[in-house]
Design a binder for this molecule. Structure first.
Ligand code: SAM
Length: 305
């Protein structure tokens, strides 16, 4: 199979300039390590994407090791981390986050974080929705259960250096129909304009996953306190990290991002506070490497043990 660089992107080559990430860190999970300290030690623009999911506000404290912060304290902590994540990323920074509903009041911390990022001058994408089919919960006696979580995404100003926004797309489900096509800015309808459906439809910013009941993608995910679905990792890996590039997950947990990176011919860097999680993550990455490395268009560096 011949491989064409997408979108004009030229592979940098393994062990070559590779941005400026020290090669010894490629395809490793640093542990037990704090992601802020790790990020501080990294050069500017040394990875292609930063993507992961931090401890949510006032939720789990991950074996007593993670910070359990509330409200604006959580937002301020995230802002401090975001500055470093943005500095080291050539492309997007994306974090799956959620607030808490206590006493029937939602804390809105993802929105507060997005607002602070915007006010601080970051360029936000409208948040993506991570939709979970099969999530337990009732929503209480007067509400609806929480079926989606926001993914807050910032990016450098202007066009991204690389993106494949159709990577997760599928052929359109429905044929074009109806006599009218669209309205002009003056409100006039444009009739009978020929619309050509694309071969692959843009998947949009909603990522739907069936969770629970053994659907998370790898059984090791169930040994993490709060794993996300392989599909959300796959979405961001394939859409925003170029083939052969590097994705950094500062909160690696059970290794979902590492597995998807390897499976799709990307490299990763992970960081994890809890050693037992890092062990799981390395196992997952190694399994993916054994299964997929030979199929990749670019040689992948071996997974460090
Ligand atoms: C929400 S979980 C991530 C789960 C992961 N996405 C997965 O699919 O398995 C957050 C992880 O971040 C780790 N963590 C918390 N604070 C951290 C920090 N400051 N630096 C590095 N890791 C941290 C926790 O130990 C936990 O495993």
């Amino acid at each position: 199979m011949s491989w064409q660089p997408l979108g004009g992107w030229k592979p940098l080559g393994i062990g070559g300039p590779f941005n400026s990430l020290p090669v010894r860190l490629l395809n490793t999970i640093q542990s037990p390590a704090d992601c802020y300290e790790l990020a501080l030690s990294l050069p500017d623009k040394c990875v292609d994407v930063v993507f992961g999911s931090p401890p949510y506000e006032n939720a789990r404290h991950y074996g007593g090791k993670a910070k359990k912060l509330k409200g604006q304290d959580w937002v301020d902590w995230m802002m401090k981390l975001w500055r470093e994540f943005d500095r080291i990323s050539r492309g997007i920074v994306g974090m799956v986050v959620e607030g808490r509903t206590v006493g029937r009041r939602y804390s809105a911390t993802p929105h507060l974080l997005a607002a602070d990022l915007h006010r601080a001058g970051y360029h936000l994408r409208k948040d993506y929705a991570y939709v979970r089919w099969g999530i337990p919960g009732s929503g209480g006696d007067d509400g609806h259960k929480n079926r989606w979580e926001p993914v807050i995404v910032t990016k450098p100003p202007g066009k991204l250096f690389w993106a494949d926004n159709l990577a997760m797309g599928k052929p359109p489900k429905h044929k074009p129909g109806g006599a009218c096509s669209h309205r002009t800015s003056s409100g006039k309808r444009v009739a009978k304009r020929e619309y050509k459906a694309p071969a692959i439809a843009n998947p949009g910013n909603i990522i739907e996953c069936t969770v629970g009941g053994g659907h998370m993608g790898d059984y090791r995910a169930h040994d993490s306190e709060a794993p996300f679905h392989v599909r959300i990792a796959e979405f961001f890996v394939r859409s925003y990290c170029p083939p052969g590039g590097v994705i950094f997950d500062p909160f690696m947990g059970s290794g979902t991002v590492a597995e998807m990176a390897v499976m799709h011919g990307r490299n990763y860097l992970g960081c994890e506070l809890q050693e037992e999680q890092a062990v799981l993550a390395r196992e997952r990455a190694k399994k993916a490497h054994d299964a997929y490395a030979a199929l990749q268009p670019l040689p992948l560096l071996p997974v460090a043990s």
